[in-house]
Design a protein around this ligand. Sequence first.
Ligand code: NI
Ligand code: MN
Length: 223
Amino acid sequence: MEILFLGHSAFLLKGTKNVLIDPFLTGNPSAAAGPGDLGDIDMVLVTHGHGDHLGDALDIAKEHDAVFVAMHEIANFASSKGVLRIEPMNIGGSITVDGVVITMTNATHSSDFEGGSAHPAGFVVAMDGHRVYHAGDTGVFCGMSLICELYHPEVAILPIGSRYTMDVGEAIKAVELLEPSIVIPMHYGTFPLIDSQDPKDLAKGVGTRADVRILAPGESTSL
Ligand code: NI
Ligand code: MN
């Protein structure tokens, strides 16, 4: 599997299927691609309703006839906006879409959108023998140890930008709880409000416990 960072919290997992997560591209000053530059997209996952996560998800799902995966209320909102293939879910649930197993995990955050509000989430995506946890927007929480125990994520993609999410210090604690082999920081530096954290400090703090891969927008890493 290849993990392509598109900026902010947007990632494209490229494997048997192409799985796009939180595609905030239009209006994202760090976006590495426009919504029309992504190639084939099989499914679009949205962690919560905030604009910097829902982003271009509806348009991309429609354009590619992709499966739209999100919290029940957000998936129904997508359906009301013309997305044809939706997979609504909720915390603790798992679904299999074209051989890709997607589990929705908790996140400690808030979430509203044009269509209402919905509990925020993260995802564990299992594809091609790899398991990737995208935490969404969240602070650190004790349940991350359960995510470790139940789903054994090999990769943890964690927000570190502070103010709206974890900072580097909390992310180091999250790595202790999640025990991933690889950590990829996200949700920092996109805007002045979240530019206080240095991902190199995450690498220093995590030390030998995991391989911290700091990706610039447009960069990818292979598993
Ligand atoms: Ni948010
Ligand atoms: Mn956010």
